[in-house]
Design a protein around this ligand. Structure first.
Ligand code: ZN
Length: 152
């Protein structure tokens, strides 16, 4: 990873780990799901409040986990608030290829904003599950699947 991106990556992770955005309960969510990453011990619940126009009016998360899982959830919730369900799915797909594409591939980071720093986790395969846990959990919540996401 380039030095500059590496520093930005660390900055963003530290910042969102220290003061995670939308780290709270939604009292009456329209959708929610739980996720668990046994490799690292990350636990997360994602709450969504989706209106009848299909817009994510509110999104939040709770749980405990490593800095990467928390930062990823924090950035995800900041990014998806106000988006439509279709937009959220599109961003999920982009984020998913960002963290799982081969090293050396140039990721499509359009629309990803600060999430682009997560390209860095491709260098650490074990961390990919930490970074994507919140996202898989969010997708399950969107589709109101009740089974718990386990990243294996
Ligand atoms: Zn983790």
């Amino acid at each position: 990873m380039e030095q500059e991106l590496r520093e930005l990556y660390q900055q963003v992770i530290l910042d969102h780990n220290k003061s995670p955005r939308n780290f709270r309960l939604i009292e009456h969510p329209t959708n929610h799901a739980e996720g668990y990453n046994p490799l690292c011990g990350d636990n997360i619940t994602v709450y969504l409040s989706i209106n009848d126009k299909g817009i994510i009016e509110d999104i939040s998360f709770q749980g405990s986990g490593c800095a990467i899982s928390k930062a990823s959830a924090s950035l995800m919730t900041s990014m998806l608030k106000g988006k439509t369900v279709a937009e959220a799915e599109n961003i999920f797909n982009k984020f998913h290829s960002l963290v799982t594409d081969k090293l050396g591939d140039t990721p499509d980071i359009e629309d990803l904003g600060k999430l682009a720093v997560f390209a860095g986790v491709r260098e650490f395969p074990v961390r990919v599950k930490c970074a994507s846990l919140a996202w898989h959990t969010m997708m399950n919540a969107l589709h109101n699947k009740n089974e718990k996401v386990v990243t294996e």
